[in-house]
Design a protein around this ligand. Sequence first.
Ligand SMILES: Cc1cc2nc3c(=O)[nH]c(=O)nc-3n(C[C@H](O)[C@H](O)[C@H](O)COP(=O)(O)OP(=O)(O)OC[C@H]3O[C@@H](n4cnc5c(N)ncnc54)[C@H](O)[C@@H]3O)c2cc1C
Length: 384
Amino acid sequence: MAKERANPNEKMTPDLPSATDVFVVGGGPAGLAAAIAARQRGFEVVVADGMQPPIDKACGEGLMPDALEALAQLGIRLSTDEAHPFCGIRFLGSSLSADADFPFRGRGLALRRPSLHCILLEHAARLGATLLWGTAITGISREGVHLGQRFVRARWIIGADGANSRVRQWVALNAGPRPRLRYAFRRHYRVAPWTDHMEVYWGLHCQGYATAVSNDQVCVALASHDPALRLETGLHTLPRLSARLRDAATVSTERGALTGNRRFARIWRGNVALIGDASGTVDAITGEGMGLAFRQAVALAKCLQSGNLANYQAEHRRLMLRPWWMARLMLTLDGRPALQHRTLQVFQEHPEVFRRLVALHVGALPPTRLLWDGLTLGWGLLTA
Ligand SMILES: Cc1cc2nc3c(=O)[nH]c(=O)nc-3n(C[C@H](O)[C@H](O)[C@H](O)COP(=O)(O)OP(=O)(O)OC[C@H]3O[C@@H](n4cnc5c(N)ncnc54)[C@H](O)[C@@H]3O)c2cc1C
């Protein structure tokens, strides 16, 4: 069971400083990770978020082993008192299924977003970051950040204000290929976890993701290209998942979000850099959005210290590459039932192929090692 944590709303709102080294716009996972990494390198940091903590959001709520590694670099080691473990990934079709454990007996952890938010904000506060909640940023200039009538001078400004980033608009960094976004919804069900894997259920026009977040709660998310396909309706098209949830009570309200692969030509200008969803997104199917943000935070703080944001751009591109391609690869199965079926057949008959894909997904195997698996998969698809 996730541990109960103190209500962060009870904290006093700190005084607003007149100047800071780093001002982070947005206090979600990316903003708090950026603040932590910058504090680790000795910068004075202010974070402002328009909402009050703990902040919830539509999410699959799983942290892959590589996300946990990045969190550890930020000084956060989640325990199983705080989060629920999973040991790999399972794909399920209408009759077939394939699963693979993470390499080196690795594990992922899942926890409710508000719980993760509390952990991140407590760590950022402990390291000395100034956290301003209920404080929307209304504009930025080269010199600093506007909070309505108030102004804070900042040497560096970090846009961590999510997928619809206003910081990105303000510094004219919106240019990039037009994304094909999907509609995603999530809800929690009171039910004992039936598996120790994070599960992806493949339907004709949608996927359902099931991740246990505690001993008695499972987070279920659904993604599709159909804006009208809400969770409950979508579940009817995924009989194996809906059977698992048949007698389970819902314990949260449905939340929605857009998801998809989205890239921008540039993610910095002058003294402003973007991070997390503000800097581009990978589809929810990867379960990698937060892990990516944690890795970006580590890279960004290093580049702030050297004063070279061009290096951040290069490192950011490198970090996005793997989850971005994995999302594209997995989504080739979306809406193609015959290909889905044949692919699952190959994974079931050649479990080592799926195992190595999962290893690649969590960064434990370089893509070059997958040549043979690509051939096996290709041959399997041709001959199935
Ligand atoms: C259905 C779904 C499932 C997902 N599953 C997973 C998963 O299992 N694992 C995973 O790692 N990732 C997952 N993701 C991705 C993950 O949710 C995102 O990558 C993550 O939330 C990005 O964090 P962020 O801090 O960049 O943005 P956000 O979480 O959106 O935070 C942005 C913050 O900025 C604040 N803000 C915005 N504008 C302003 C302003 N003007 N002034 C002040 N504050 C402002 C907002 O209030 C918000 O708190 C999933 C996403 C979806 C949609």
